[in-house]
Write a protein that binds this ligand. Structure first.
Ligand SMILES: [Ca+2]
Length: 553
């Protein structure tokens, strides 16, 4: 079957709660997404990754699933979903589902039956007695800064949860669990979805439950990160579920290093999301941030371009604070810096992922107090920081800067109250800057961030060097990043060989900078595009410019 992932694929991630509300309850929904498909077609993307829309008690906004084959009622119905797939297909857009299988919700029928003592379902989860001295089964850590073991009912047993206590981990040593997952994948593939984004997929298989090496971050992770068992399961799912449908997968792979990333994309997943470039401004953990040093970002990007030339390219998602806010903070140059993020996303090698609102330069949230934040992880970390006697102002600064809610604020469609997102009360505070950062204000403006994204997507689509060329870094400093994408005869497809080289010049500062000597030859060349209208030997603040490079035969 023909593969539905190709070099022209550009993915747009939708966080359904925050994209478009159609019925005024303040929560985005499937009918809202359907009403915006024309907008997405105009933007030029051809695949949508939907964050979870399954039935869920919403303890972790849908990443805690209580029924994998039903739609969360506030998002709509299966009928709405089928219509979304069909309407998207009619516009040349595929739908990718979020596959969250490390854990279920504690309200999933399997877990209820495990709790009721049914042996079959007890073996779907990881249930252990405490140690003889009365302590927990092991010393592991937890991704949400909770204790990873919670007592099962009133007995002396505990169940493992690497995330919230309402997200019990499944037991992937049980073949029956793997069969259930295959059934779920086929259920959605049969409805026409083109693939899956696989949530924390490299932690699903726990080798042992032994105590872990004491570590500041996630004690015990050596027992479950990218284990052999995980690799085997991914191969099996690919062979039996993904390949027969021509579908594709992208894995969210935590703490992934170069060798495990290579292995995870060798006959297992089509690509993985790596994290290192998202961590260049953090001090040990994401809650402590320092100034983003562009040079460090560039070195990291260049390294991963070499390791995974066909990886997943992203700078924003539903878990990360908006990249524009990390790059320039509250300082000006919003338009130019937002375009720079767009140029990076759409000129590196791999499959680009654009997160909703990135295409208009949406910024982080405007949170004044903890009450305005919904995210479970933020509340847990705030409580932990309080316990550690971190002062209140600093706690709030940590949270407001790094909370996942920064990326989850409702999409800013218009300047009106409700931002065109809802006619009711939004589930999460809308950033007041929607009055000037919104789709309506940008859609007719040929110099807007949105128009730049459209042009860049079109360029990527029409230039083989951008969609499949090799990557070579030409220059890296804290000010300028320059690289070339190049297609040579060997890479040309079909009878007519293609030769093309495109050089990307990016100014990461808020000042005009002169091209260094190594790049001076490109000063003379007419820009294919410049985000600021610049040309010649100086790059304007945050300018992104593309010129033709020398053809390599
Ligand atoms: Ca709604």
């Amino acid at each position: 079957m023909q593969k539905r992932l190709n070099e022209g694929t550009i993915v747009y991630q939708i966080y359904p709660r925050s994209f478009q509300d159609s019925d005024g309850d303040g929560i985005g929904d499937i009918r809202g997404i359907i009403s915006r498909l024309d907008y997405l077609r105009e933007l030029g993307i051809n695949a949508i990754w939907l964050s979870p829309i399954y039935k869920s008690p919403d303890d972790d906004n849908g990443y805690d699933i209580s029924d994998y084959c039903a739609i969360q009622p506030h998002f709509g119905t299966l009928q709405d979903f089928d219509e979304l797939v069909a309407e998207a297909k009619a516009r040349g857009i595929d739908i990718i589902m979020d596959l969250v299988i490390n854990h279920t919700s504690d309200e999933h029928e399997w877990f209820r039956r495990a709790l009721a003592g049914e042996e079959k379902y007890r073996d779907y989860y990881i249930i252990r007695k405490g140690k003889p001295d009365g302590s927990l089964p092991n010393n592991w850590g937890n991704f949400f800064a909770e204790c990873p073991w919670t007592r099962l009912g009133d007995g002396d047993e505990y169940y493992l949860h690497l995330f919230s206590k309402k997200q019990p981990d499944l037991n992937f040593k049980n073949p029956a669990v793997i069969e259930e997952i295959k059934g779920i994948m086929k259920f959605w593939l049969d409805r026409g979805v083109a693939g899956f984004r696989c949530d924390v997929i490299n932690v699903i298989y726990k080798n042992t439950l032994d105590d872990g090496r004491r570590s500041f971050i996630l004690t015990g992770k050596e027992h479950y990160l990218s284990t052999d068992g995980c690799h085997e399961i991914l191969k099996e799912l690919r062979r039996e579920c993904i390949e027969p449908y021509g579908a594709w997968t992208v894995g969210e792979t935590v703490f992934v290093d170069e060798s495990s990333a290579r292995r995870l994309t060798d006959g297992e997943l089509d690509m993985v999301f790596t994290f290192e470039h998202m961590e260049v401004d953090q001090i040990i953990v994401k809650w402590f941030k320092k100034k983003l040093r562009p040079g460090r970002l560039m070195r990291t990007l260049t390294k991963w371009q070499r390791v995974l030339p066909h990886g997943a390219i992203y700078f924003e998602n539903h878990d990360q604070p908006r990249f524009i806010s990390r790059l320039v903070g509250a300082a000006g140059h919003h338009r130019a810096a937002s375009k720079l993020v767009g140029a990076l996303t759409l000129t590196l090698g791999g499959t680009p992922f654009i997160y909703e609102g990135q295409e208009i330069g949406m910024t982080g949230g405007d949170f004044k107090s903890l009450d305005e934040i919904q995210d479970i992880e933020s509340h847990n970390v705030y409580a932990l920081a309080k316990k550690l006697h971190i002062p209140r102002r600093m706690r709030m600064k940590m949270i407001s800067r790094t909370s996942r809610d920064n990326a989850r604020c409702p999409m800013q469609w218009t300047a009106e109250a409700g931002a065109g997102f809802t006619s009711g009360t939004p589930w999460l505070k809308i950033n007041p800057n929607h009055r000037h950062i919104n789709v309506e204000a940008q859609i007719e403006d040929s110099d807007s961030v949105l128009s730049f994204y459209k042009k860049m997507i079109e360029l990527r689509r029409t230039h083989p060097a951008l969609c499949r060329g090799s990557f070579t870094s030409l220059y890296e400093s804290d000010k300028i990043y320059a690289y070339q994408r190049c297609v040579t005869s060997e890479q040309g497809l079909g009878i007519h060989s293609v030769f093309e080289t495109i050089v990307v010049l990016l100014n990461f500062t808020n000042k005009t900078v002169r091209l260094p000597r190594a790049l001076m030859k490109y000063a003379e060349r007419e820009p294919i595009i410049s985000s600021t209208g610049g040309k010649g030997d100086r790059l304007m603040p945050f300018e992104a410019r593309l010129v033709y490079g020398d053809i390599i035969l």
